[in-house]
Write a protein that binds this ligand. Structure first.
Ligand SMILES: [Zn+2]
Length: 370
């Protein structure tokens, strides 16, 4: 017989949940929680599901969150259990991702709620922390659900985002600022065979820029990447347009500012070598870095519970975006907990069964406040 949280995960895994198509999984969560008596539920305009759970009003309100969407390919996921990693894991049958990112978070919240007793009587009030359960939409396509939240709806004092790639015991207390950038090169079209000298190749301009942009791991907490290039219409036309898209991630403002300045200068310098053409650089800030102090009660409590359960823990910073970014921007200290899944966003994604059970136990103790 498998653990209840594993059964819950196996039930959630086959539900299709592409970004923007979270309605089915949201209905499943909403009705599962309603059956537990948790019917104080709000679905906002962005499709986020927020569920309030009564608790001891003398305790701080905790927010638990998981995002409802998965990256493609996530249709028709067939979860299978095996021991291919040396101990029991769940992975997909191979044609899709597994979607433990973030069905592990949903499964843990459902299981933790089913363990809570809700006496709901004045003589016998619940002793757990008051809770807000946030199931967000479109996290994978730019934290869109979280960004659209009405801040006033949230009363939480601090939050645990159940969405971390890594081990049960990993506490991610910091995340980077992310920028997207677009570089557009405008040249001049001409017939490539009849009058090439009348043209100005935007592709050559783009290549000259690309060759000079610093990319890859540029510092301990600074990365940059050109992710896509496009341009040109036909082999017999000198290309009049080309476009570069990329991203920069950093935990610190100073090197970020310096890099943006350098990118801008490179574009100007290359442009000077292509008279008559134009190169524009457009950076777009997507979200701000966050950092929660190791002294914060959310971190201290999590560490204490991990230690009480003999689970090694570590404070880490991550280099990806998460709903924790937005919650921290709202002024709600939020850390991300490792869920035991690895290789997310790939067909090789898997989750360790024992770690899924461990994190369930830890979250269960965190919400009881014992
Ligand atoms: Zn995720």
């Amino acid at each position: 017989m498998s653990a209840p949280v594993v059964d819950r995960f196996m039930q959630l895994a086959p539900i299709d949940n592409p970004s923007g198509g979270e309605a089915v999984i949201r209905d499943f969560l909403a009705s599962s929680l309603a059956k537990l008596g948790l019917d104080n539920q709000v679905i906002d305009a962005a499709g986020n599901l927020l569920v309030r759970v009564p608790g001891d009003p003398n305790k701080p309100t905790l927010l638990l969150s998981a995002h409802m969407d998965s990256v493609p390919p996530c249709h028709g996921i067939q979860p299978v259990q095996d021991a291919s990693e040396g101990r029991p894991v769940i992975r997909s049958a191979g044609k899709t991702i597994l979607g433990a990112d973030d069905k592990s978070g949903m499964a843990v919240i459902l299981e933790v709620m089913s363990r809570l007793k809700h006496p709901n009587s004045e003589n016998n009030p619940p002793s757990n922390h008051p809770l807000e359960l946030l199931f967000s939409t479109q996290e994978e396509v730019g934290l869109l659900g979280a960004k659209a939240l009405d801040r006033k709806q949230l009363k939480a004092d601090y939050a645990y985002v159940l969405d971390g790639e890594g081990s049960a015991g990993d506490i991610f207390t910091a995340g980077p600022t992310q920028y997207h950038f677009v570089i557009e090169c405008h040249g001049r079209a001409a017939h490539a065979g009849i009058a090439p000298e009348a043209g100005l190749s935007a592709i050559q301009m783009m290549a000259a820029v690309c060759a000079r942009l610093p990319q890859g791991r540029l510092g301990p907490e600074l990365t940059a990447n050109v992710g896509t290039i496009e341009g040109g219409k036909a082999t017999n036309v000198v290309a009049d347009f080309a476009k570069i898209r990329g991203e920069i991630r950093t935990h610190h403002e100073a090197p970020l500012k310096a890099l943006l300045q350098e990118y801008q200068e490179i574009c100007q310098q290359v442009n000077a070598n292509f008279p008559g053409g134009s190169i524009t650089f457009e950076p777009l800030r997507r979200y701000d870095a966050f950092s929660v102090s190791g002294d914060h009660v959310s971190v201290q409590k999590a560490q204490a519970v991990f230690e009480a359960n003999h689970i090694p823990n570590s404070l880490l910073s991550m280099n990806i975006g998460s709903d924790a970014h937005i919650l921290n921007q709202f002024g709600i200290p939020a850390v991300v907990l490792g869920m035991g899944f690895h290789f997310s966003h790939s067909l090789g994604e898997f989750i360790y069964v024992d770690e899924l059970q461990q994190i369930t136990e830890v979250v269960s103790q965190l919400v009881r406040g014992d």
